[in-house]
Design a protein around this ligand. Structure first.
Ligand code: PRX
Length: 664
């Protein structure tokens, strides 16, 4: 609830406050799942430590070997063990007598749309969906695209796939038809599961039309045999007889009996497309046993899950990896009760998240820094109208959290006493890698602190030499964040492109055999890790990962654009903002720039998603290039961020900037 005024007035951004560490509250430490001992245990015998974590799960056939790294960088974890992921997330809890526990408190975007689903009910629905998918011809190894808003059926669909050994490829419902088409095509998905529409800030908009467009776009080459449609909004949609089926007319009719088959630990579980440094998204491939082990273990220790009493809420969307690991597989494997919310935080007004916390007595809340900054902008008065006293732990993910936002989050949401876990990880890592352990770690606001027990990471220079611990004032040189030992939830490859997998992640430090994460980082004085963000051509906008090349390719897809260069510029609210520089083709020289800019923004939205719309588009006469023809993005970033230009000596024509600045 409302912190005292004295605490509030203490909230200035002075250096001392930035640097002070926050020890875990004694009462939290006493009951915490995580202990300091875990670091020692993992240090002493890393593989034995992971075997212990894996044995938190139910295996149909126990594994005898923990890790096979003989074909590095293609790892095999627990390879001779077999299990069923959906059984571990659902049936197991029912068999243990917890069938009546609520698995999901679902809260729709329109106020009043809500539904609570117990583990027993979830088991029935997942079984019915699995039977339906089997009836429709899906078999282990097939791919299904899931293009849905945050409705319970989306989670049921993912689990039904997992139960059958079918890979799901969840495509964020904010992505365009064109993005969906590329993902269906790449994965050769035999089925798409979708909804008629989705609620967006109070109105119902179609989603199914996008699916039709994607499939039509593939023409005769479309691999899609069926489209299963959940009725969410009731809006009118086109329906293709024979191909399309309503979920509510098929799934509930199927039997609730379904025997889960055991699959090898390395059986593929899902594909999740993410942006890389080229225009083509990569299908990141995850498998079963190792992924579930790390998802479940990290969820338990990082979020201190007490399944009997906690009400956990992760505000991510299932379209991103956070939704996969910390809405579906982590929480459900741990048998906890969670809240799943369909809508945006300001729908119908800025009170919504606080109301949901109050309504369900949320105890653990996990969100993104960009949302914390949005709450800060809306003002603390909104939070003060609500009873947030149920909260006992807060989490952050997706981008570095600035110390000011960290302290605000703890003060306003956490009554200045709840621990905050700032979790660093990636689609590729599958689960959290660097994070405080609540109850153990003395946190520094803005630092993800140190690798979790069992995980090994370090910061190195160009040659791979370890950086030394720094100071707390940021004077320490930054370096490359690398993962120097394999981990259970690591990606097993890029769908259909093993060479790209090696090249993207394993070539920078090939001699040492390390995974390079793409992030820059530095050490603080106690050896804790400060993540500085991406150092490749990947942008991070409100925690969404978008590649510069993807946006550039959407821009040059417009008939009026000759060339485009995109950079991410620092933005107070969204972390980074997309800034584009375009050269128009001569036949568009007379088109008013504003008109072109509007058209181009619409083009990006159509090609990728509204989330990828550039904040600014500058029409320029030329782009800064080196003699070898490479666009110098560093200089464009200087322009976008209004800085003095860095070194321009390698440019063919340094005067190009006067022209760019004049156009800006
Ligand atoms: O730059 C890092 C940033 O997000 C990237 C991974 O993005 P994605 O695969 O979409 O997964 C996001 C959710 C796990 C990383 O390379 N990132 C993620 N978490 C943090 C972070 N940066 C700083 N601090 C974090 N806690």
């Amino acid at each position: 609830m409302q912190p005292s005024v004295t605490t509030l007035t203490g909230m200035t951004d002075t250096h001392t406050q930035v640097l002070s560490a926050y020890p875990p509250p004694a009462e939290f430490a006493e009951q915490a799942n995580a202990t300091e001992e875990m670091y020692r245990e993992a240090e002493a015998d890393r593989l034995a430590f992971w075997a212990t974590q894996a044995n938190r799960l139910a295996w149909s056939k126990p594994f005898t070997e923990v890790l096979d790294w003989s074909e590095a960088p293609f790892a095999k974890w627990f390879a001779d063990g077999t299990l069923n992921v959906a059984y571990n997330c659902v049936d197991r809890h029912v068999e243990a007598g917890n069938g009546d526990r609520v698995a999901i408190h679902w809260e729709g975007e329109p106020v009043g749309h809500s539904r609570s689903i117990t583990y027993a009910e979830l088991k029935d629905e997942v079984s019915q969906a699995a039977n339906t998918l089997t009836d429709l011809g899906l078999v282990s190894g097939d791919r299904v695209a899931i293009y849905m808003p945050m409705v319970p059926e989306a989670i049921v669909a993912m689990l039904a796939c997992a139960r059958l050994g079918v890979m799901h490829s969840v495509v964020f419902a904010g992505f365009s038809a064109s993005a969906l088409k590329a993902r269906i095509d790449d994965a050769q998905a035999k089925m798409v599961i979708t909804t008629d529409g989705q609620y967006r800030r109070g109105s119902a908009v179609s989603l199914k039309i996008g699916v039709d467009e994607a499939i039509e776009g593939l023409g005769d080459a479309s691999p899609v045999e069926h489209v299963l449609v959940v009725r969410r909004t009731g809006i009118d949609i086109p329906f293709t007889e024979g191909r399309d089926l309503w979920w509510d007319e098929t799934v509930p009719k199927a039997s609730t009996e379904h025997t889960p088959e055991a699959f090898d630990a390395e059986h593929p579980l899902f594909l999740l497309y993410t942006s890389g440094t080229t225009g083509k998204p990569k299908g990141i491939m995850h498998t079963s046993g190792g992924y579930l082990t790390q998802a479940s273990y990290t969820h338990s220790v990082v979020f201190d899950i007490k399944p009997e009493t906690d009400v956990y809420w992760c505000t991510a969307d299932i379209g991103w990896v956070t939704g996969h690991t910390y809405i579906v597989y982590g929480p459900l494997s741990n048998g906890v009760t969670q809240v799943v919310y369909e809508g945006t935080p300001a729908s119908p007004n800025e009170h919504r998240h606080f109301e949901v916390i109050e309504k369900y007595g949320v105890t653990i809340y996990y969100t993104a820094p960009t949302l914390v900054r949005t709450f800060m902008k809306w003002g603390r008065e909104i939070a003060f109208e609500h009873d947030l006293s149920s909260l006992r732990l807060l989490g952050s993910v997706g981008e570095p959290i600035n110390p000011e936002a960290w302290r605000w989050y703890r003060l306003i949401f956490g009554a200045d006493k709840t621990p905050i876990v700032d979790t660093w990880w990636q689609t590729e890592t599958g689960a959290a890698m660097i994070s405080p352990l609540p109850g153990v770690t003395h946190c520094k606001p803005g630092s993800a602190m140190r690798p979790l027990p069992g995980i090994s990471a370090k910061i190195v220079d160009d040659e791979g030499n370890d950086l030394a611990p720094g100071t707390d004032h940021g004077e320490q040189a930054s370096g490359y964040l690398v993962l120097d030992k394999p981990w259970p939830a690591m990606l097993r490859g890029i769908w259909g492109d093993p060479e790209r997998f090696k090249e993207t992640y394993w070539s920078r430090f090939a001699d040492q055999g390390w995974y390079f994460a793409g992030d820059g980082a530095r050490y603080g004085k106690d050896g804790e890790i400060w993540i500085l963000g991406r150092i490749d051509d990947v942008m991070n906008v409100s925690g969404h990962r978008i590649s510069t090349a993807e946006v550039e390719s959407a821009l040059v897809g417009h008939s009026g654009v000759a060339e485009a260069a995109v950079v991410g510029a620092a933005d107070e609210q969204t972390g980074q903002a997309i800034c584009a520089f375009v050269i128009l083709k001569s036949h568009h020289a007379e088109t008013p720039h504003e008109q072109m800019v509007d058209e181009l923004r619409a083009e990006v939205s159509r090609e990728i998603s509204p989330i990828a719309k550039p904040r600014e588009i500058h029409v320029v006469p030329e782009l800064p290039k080196t003699r070898s023809g490479k666009i110098m993005r560093r200089l464009l970033r200087d322009v976008a961020e209004g800085r003095e230009l860095g070194d321009t000596s390698t440019l063919v024509d340094p005067s190009v900037f006067e022209a760019i600045r004049a156009g800006k």
